[in-house]
Design a protein around this ligand. Structure first.
Ligand code: G3I
Length: 377
């Protein structure tokens, strides 16, 4: 007969072995455990991860995160590169990775003005498609993609970035020039019909801007009024060191909570690099000429900036912790600084440091800073 103390010892050893077997990369706590009961903790992954080409990053993802988003592999240009031709080879592997590791799998994104081929908007003779034709293309794409992963992809960024910073529908883009707001509503309708159980999200950046937020609230209200459930608004949160302030971040979450709309932080990162003024229309050659000023840390991040980044993340997570009832998920936009999109935007070839793991996949001080912030009541 096994004694109680022997049972306790066995249980203790089993737990210890489990801890040893689940490395948390220099930490004694994992992010997803620290956020347990508050929100999911996700990360956007690229092919290196979901094809298993970087075992360390696979370990990081499975030990610290309980949700994944596809950085690029489910975008229109990848899954539907030509009329009538779908290519799900990468997306299938992404979904299989998420299922194998029991992660909450996100789909991203069904309707966006980037990474969507020109042919979507044009007839073979080059003339623009009319509204009926483009609606049919949109509905057919969404039914095919969402239908393929029905029951496996649990939440979809259905529409991405339809509103500009002044709060107007982006009618300079073909989706909205041709379809108007009806395009947004029909995208949500098609996604809901294809998988009624999937959560549907509207995903947007810079929602801390006062002019932009009401327009998104009204747009989502009209989708809901059409009888289509919108589970949450995605706040992308590609932030800078200097802003937005924690107060602005908190106010943004409150504004959606007041309208009974939960939020998700869908694409979190914090750039430490200077952002050149007027970069959107800037001459790339002129920016390259200022590379030393605009790419100040080509070899390593100075200790002071590293510490400031950790403090910035701690301040953000203090806000998230205090607003936990309104937040369903927080997703980092990438695993390591080596692969962040910010190395190539708005200027290609810079060295940014916006994530929790460095170029060698080692945990940065930002990780324990977040764990500490989450540990507070
Ligand atoms: O696939 C090609 C490859 O064939 C080619 O050799 C290579 C050379 O540049 O480019 C590859 O395409 C790149 C693609 O990422 C896949 O790596 C594109 O140039 C590059 O522009 C593209 O950037 C992505 C960006 O969306 C496009 O707008 C980033 O990885 C991705 O992180 C970023 O993610 C977006 C979200 O989807 C929506 N919110 C904003 C966020 C940041 O821009």
């Amino acid at each position: 007969m096994i004694s109680l103390s022997r049972l306790r010892l066995t249980a203790f050893l089993a737990t210890s072995l489990l801890c040893v077997g689940a490395p948390t990369f220099g930490q004694d706590r994992s992010l997803k455990d620290a956020a347990q009961g508050r929100f999911l903790i996700g990360v956007a992954i690229n092919e290196k991860v979901f094809l298993g080409k970087n075992a360390t990053e696979v370990g990081i993802v499975t030990s610290h995160f309980n949700s994944v988003s596809p950085e690029n592999c489910l975008k229109w240009e990848t899954v539907h590169p030509e009329p009538g031709r779908y290519d799900f080879s990468a997306a299938d592997r992404y979904v299989a990775f998420g299922a194998e590791h029991r992660l909450f799998i996100i789909g991203h994104t069904l309707m966006w003005h980037y990474q969507t081929p020109d042919w979507v908007f044009k007839n073979p003779d080059g003339t623009p498609k009319n509204k009926a034709q483009l609606l049919e293309e949109l509905r057919s794409h969404i039914q095919t993609v969402v239908g393929r992963y029905k029951g496996r992809i649990r939440g979809w960024d259905v529409v991405n970035e339809a509103i500009d910073d002044e709060g107007r529908l982006r009618t300079d883009k073909p989706w909205y020039r041709i379809l108007g707001e009806e395009g947004v509503i029909e995208a949500f309708r098609a996604a809901h019909e294809a998988d009624p159980a999937a959560e549907l999200y509207y995903n947007e950046f810079s929602l801390w801007l006062p002019a932009k937020r009401p327009a998104v609230l009204q747009l989502v209200a009209r989708v809901r009024a059409a009888g289509i459930p919108v589970a949450a608004v995605g706040l992308q949160e590609h932030y800078m060191m200097a802003g937005p302030s924690p107060e602005e971040v908190g106010e943004t979450i409150d504004a959606f909570a007041r309208e009974h709309l939960p939020v998700m932080i869908t694409e979190l990162d914090v750039s430490v690099l200077p952002r050149p003024e007027n970069y959107a229309g800037a001459d790339l050659a002129a920016l390259q000429a200022r590379k030393a000023e605009l790419d100040p840390y080509p070899v390593a991040l100075p200790e002071t900036v590293e510490r400031a980044l950790a403090e910035r993340y701690a301040a953000l997570f203090a806000v998230y912790r205090n607003h936990a009832s309104a937040i369903k998920r927080i997703t980092f936009w990438g695993v390591s600084d080596a692969d962040t999109w910010l190395n190539n935007w708005p200027i290609p070839g810079r060295h940014d440091y916006p994530l929790l793991f460095d170029r060698g996949d080692h945990a940065k001080p930002a990780l324990p800073a977040i764990l500490d912030a989450l540990a507070r009541p």
